[in-house]
Design a protein around this ligand. Structure first.
Ligand code: PLP
Length: 404
């Protein structure tokens, strides 16, 4: 007898969930049980109970004051696709369990790889995994023995070297936060990891170093999407000579987590190095992850809805937002700017007040902090297209005076 379980079907509860999103100010209701409940409260009650927590107590990444982190708000079309994705639960591991999703990923890849000069690649859960995958390919496709990167590289490069058993050599940075090319060691047996948009200062390493090592991986987790903006694409010129490139889609492509791309210039050779066959697999499993979500579908929807132009307009505006904040900081005698923003990240501090107190005096989520050469700086990252930069500038200038 066919006995469908209503918990697995569409329900009015979904409309209720969307209604709750429109007024997310609800306060948490009942306390969450401290041990696994013996009997459930039911789907609708669980929805209502959680709205105060999940919606009510989240960090507000779309707030007009949100400028602290690389985590953008996401466009609603991605919420719709994420809902569909969750309900369909396709698995990229087997084409049989993801017939359209597999095509969607191939299509998005073919839309984006030309901007990076890459032949193809795959989605993964973040650039931590994308960097690991690129460095893994470097080790097993061309036999690199060590990894050379700058002291400003993301800690995922350290993790990848630890996991892969590769020696890591860190090169100091220059005054612009870029790998200091004067101090590069011999690169014959090395994978050179260059960063396009360092996490702390948004600096772009000199991409004309691509080709100097046996393999070059570009960690473009943050700034990679600038390739789609005619106004800023040239900042990453030379990237098309890299052997592999990582880009986080859940940063400047405005995607829900977990979404990133790892791309290869010579796809077949790279895939051969990072693939495993298996008795139950029709096709080899490529990359680090096994089961994978259809994260390409929300990105497909975003790029379809916005076009390249719509994405570029948003990135260009965020670059301008960072410029106008930098102008205001430079014009203030109470603030010191670390350097002009390279990829919409500003690093600065008050001259007559501790940086910690300065950041804490501002609304949560307006600024973050970073440590450079042992000194603490305030940091802003323009990832939120809805930011009110005039309001931020006003608050920053006010907080730079410790008498307010
Ligand atoms: C964010 C970031 C990473 C890690 O990416 P996740 O998507 O958070 O795993 C790697 N490199 C750089 C430069 C980053 O900014």
């Amino acid at each position: 007898m066919h006995n469908p379980d209503p918990s697995f079907m569409t329900s009015d509860g979904l409309n209720a969930a969307v209604d709750l999103m429109r007024s997310p100010s609800g306060t948490p209701g009942d306390d969450l049980p401290s041990v696994l409940p013996e009997s459930g409260v039911g789907d609708m009650h669980a929805l209502e109970m959680l709205s105060g927590y999940v919606l009510g107590k989240a960090a507000r990444l779309s707030a007009p004051t949100s400028l602290a982190h690389m985590d953008p708000p996401t466009p609603w079309i991605t919420w719709a696709m994420a809902l569909w994705d969750a309900s369909l639960n396709q698995n990229m591991l087997h084409e049989m369990t993801s017939p359209f999703a597999t095509q969607a990923e191939a299509r998005v890849m073919s839309w984006l790889t030309p901007y990076f000069g890459m032949q193809g690649g795959h989605f993964c859960s973040g650039s931590t995994i994308a960097n690991l995958t690129g460095i893994w390919a470097a080790r097993d496709a061309v036999g690199v023995k060590r990894v050379v990167t700058s002291e400003a590289a993301h800690l995922s490069v350290d993790k990848a070297c630890r996991l892969l058993g590769l020696e890591l050599v860190k090169v100091p940075v220059d005054s612009l936060g870029r790998l200091n090319r004067e101090l590069l060691p011999d690169l014959d047996d090395a994978c050179l990891v260059l960063t396009a948009g360092t996490t702390a200062t948004g600096s772009i390493d000199s991409l004309d170093l691509i080709g100097a090592a046996r393999w070059t991986h570009v960690d473009a987790a943050w700034a990679g999407p600038l390739r789609l903006s005619p106004a800023h694409a040239a900042k990453l010129d030379g990237i098309d000579g890299a052997d592999s490139v990582a880009v986080s889609a859940h940063k400047w492509l405005f995607q829900p987590k977990d979404s990133a791309l790892v791309m290869f210039r010579e796809l077949e050779a790279a895939n051969a190095a990072i693939s495993f066959g298996g008795g139950y697999l029709a096709k080899p499993n490529v990359g680090v992850q096994g089961s994978r979500s259809a994260a390409a579908i929300p990105l497909l929807a975003t790029l379809l809805a916005w076009g390249r132009e719509g994405l570029a307009q948003r990135l260009d505006r965020l670059m301008e937002v960072a410029e106008s904040l930098a102008d205001a900081i430079e014009a203030s005698e109470r603030l010191e700017l670390w350097g002009r923003p390279q990829t919409a990240i500003n690093v600065f501090r008050p001259v007559d007040r501790p940086t910690d107190a300065f950041v804490e005096a501002l609304p949560a989520g307006m600024l973050s902090k970073c440590v450079l050469d042992g000194e603490t700086w305030a940091r802003s990252v323009a990832a939120n297209p809805s930011v009110d930069i005039d309001c931020v500038i006003e608050s920053v200038l006010a907080a730079s005076r410790d008498d307010v």
